[in-house]
Design a protein around this ligand. Structure first.
Ligand code: FAD
Length: 307
């Protein structure tokens, strides 16, 4: 059995693995896809102390750093069940394998909900974006749309309005769902237009990058086109926590509830990164949280039983 088993191999899991291995304990990392969301990212300009890098490159560096320690790295392993226990916690995988550990750090991350319309995947990272904190500055002085009128969509529109030339916010429903204070702020901005009862049906482009979007006016049934350079999809971030819903306490949004030390509702089980309730889903934050969860798990180990 492992002293610490980390489930998930994104920035949070990689950081947890390095912190655990440096304590000289038996450390394992099991991940469905080592690298996580970083693999799907192109330019990264906010990974502090690295002015600019690319996702696949950072993912490779994460792996090298982890593998420079004595860590059992198990890629292409999808966890399906967590079974708490007094001495050992068991994690079962889709391929039928099971691993036991004295402590577990869950860092299975999250995924952005997609619109599932033609052009969205084709132009991902070529105008279609999901993270305003990450990609907002790439659209300086350009025209963008934000899809989604919930809190995250309206926050994104307000944020982007300070950077880009014009923002069109598109909401499927007849009204926005964001908090009133955010809506008031949004409506006070001169370079923002809000379109409600609109269903985005297609992302268009010139083959290289986005040049517009098509939506259906749900009241008239008419099709409309907007010319723009960027589209921020803000219709939800889904935590990869479905496999834990019977064992670990989750928030209403499905995020693992953690305290300031990364402790979950299950003794010996810690969590970090985008899968948790910790606000702001970013690489540096996930790494900090992963390090913290591993240190907390180590603290749990030295207090709980014989070495
Ligand atoms: P993830 O990166 O999501 O990693 C989760 C890991 O868990 C993966 O290895 C996954 O395969 C694995 N996993 C999931 N489910 C299971 C399971 N059941 N069993 C086993 N393993 C599982 N952040 C920035 O700071 N700067 C940026 O410029 C930036 N740009 C981004 C661009 C895009 C397109 C996207 C999608 C995200 C971007 N982000 C950016 C956000 C950043 O990538 C995330 O905040 C960060 O990767 C979260 O790290 P994590 O380790 O918590 O989760």
């Amino acid at each position: 059995p492992f002293d610490m088993l980390i489930v998930g191999g994104g920035p949070a899991g990689a950081a947890a693995a390095i912190y655990a291995a440096r304590k000289g304990i038996r450390t394992g990392v099991a991940a469905e896809r080592f690298g996580g969301q970083v693999l799907d990212t192109m330019a990264i300009e906010n990974f502090i102390s690295v002015k600019e890098t690319e996702g696949p490159r950072l993912a490779a560096e994460l792996q090298q750093h982890v593998q420079s320690y004595d860590v059992d790295l198990m890629n292409l392993q999808r966890a399906e069940k967590l079974i708490p226990g007094k001495e050992f916690i068991e994690v079962q995988f889709a391929n039928g394998a099971a691993l036991k550990a004295r402590s577990v750090v869950i860092s299975t991350g999250a995924r952005w909900r997609q619109m599932n319309v033609p052009g969205e995947n084709e132009y991902r990272n070529k105008g279609v974006a999901y993270c305003p904190h990450c990609d907002g500055p790439l659209f300086k002085g350009k025209r963008v749309a934000v899809i989604g009128g919930g809190n995250s969509g309206v926050e994104a529109a307000i944020d982007l309005a300070g950077i880009v030339s014009h923002v069109t916010l598109i909401e499927f429903d007849a009204q926005l769902r964001a908090d009133a204070v955010l809506q008031r702020k949004l409506h006070s901005l001169a370079n923002v237009k809000v379109i409600t009862s609109a269903q985005t049906t297609e992302v268009t482009g010139d083959g290289q990058k986005v040049d517009g979007l098509i939506y259906k006016d749900r009241k008239s049934g008419e099709t409309q086109t907007i010319e723009l350079e960027g589209i921020f999809v803000q219709i939800g971030l889904l935590p990869n926590s479905e496999w834990l819903k019977d064992t670990v306490k989750l928030s209403a949004r499905g995020e693992i509830e953690v305290d300031a030390r990364g402790q979950t509702s299950v003794p010996g089980v810690f969590a970090a990164g985008d899968v948790t309730t910790v606000p702001y889903k970013q690489i540096v934050i996930a790494m900090g949280e992963g390090s913290k969860a591993a240190l907390s798990a180590f603290d749990y180990l030295i207090r709980s039983s014989a070495p």
